[in-house]
Design a protein around this ligand. Structure first.
Ligand code: HEC
Length: 124
C-alpha cells in the first residue's frame, strides 16, 4: 500500500491549526503510562474493552484500578494487576473462561510490563 505523505502532512497541519483554542482536556499520561497504552492497544484490546460492562472475551477494564484493590485479600491494586497479567489463572474473574494468554511474562519487556501495569492503574 502506498502511503500518501502529503495528505497526512496536510491533515496534521489542519489538526494543529484547529487545536490551538478549544482543545478538550485530554488525560495526561506519564511516558510509562503511554507505553502501557500502546501495549494495551496491541495486546489486550482484542479481548478487553475500556467502556464499562462491555465484554469482548474478557471483562471490561474500565474501573479495574478500583476493583483490583479488593479482588483478592492481601493483594493491593498493583499486586493484583501484576498477578492478573503474569499468572492469569491464579484468580479467575467469575463468569469468564480461562482463556487469557499465560505467556505475557515472556512476551513483554520489563518496560512494557511496568507500562501496562501503570496504565491499568489509571483506569479508576
Ligand atoms: C485472548 C483474550 C485475552 C487477552 C489477549 C488478554 N486477556 Fe486479560 N483476561 C481475559 C479473560 C477471559 C479474563 C477473565 C478470566 C481471568 O480472570 O483470567 C481476563 C482477565 C484480566 C484481568 C482481571 C480483570 C478483573 O476485573 O479482575 C486483567 C487485569 C487483565 N485480564 C489484563 C489483561 C492485559 C493487561 C492484557 C494485555 C497485556 C490482557 N488481559 C490480554 C482474556 C484476555
Amino acid at each position: 500500500m502506498k502511503i500518501r505523505y502529503p495528505f497526512i502532512i496536510l491533515a496534521a497541519a489542519l489538526m494543529a491549526a484547529c487545536s490551538t483554542n478549544a482543545a478538550p482536556p485530554t488525560p495526561t499520561f506519564t511516558p510509562l503510562e503511554q507505553i502501557g497504552q500502546g501495549v494495551y492497544a496491541l495486546r489486550c484490546a482484542q479481548c478487553h474493552a475500556l467502556t464499562p460492562d462491555t465484554v469482548v472475551i474478557g471483562p471490561s477494564l474500565a474501573g479495574v484500578a478500583t476493583r483490583a484493590a479488593s479482588r483478592v485479600p492481601g493483594l493491593d491494586a498493583q499486586a493484583y494487576i501484576e498477578e492478573s497479567i503474569l499468572t492469569p489463572k491464579a484468580y479467575l474473574v467469575e463468569g469468564f473462561p480461562d482463556t487469557m494468554p499465560t505467556n505475557f511474562a515472556k512476551e513483554l519487556t520489563s518496560e512494557e510490563f511496568q507500562g501496562i501495569v501503570a496504565y491499568l492503574l489509571t483506569l479508576k
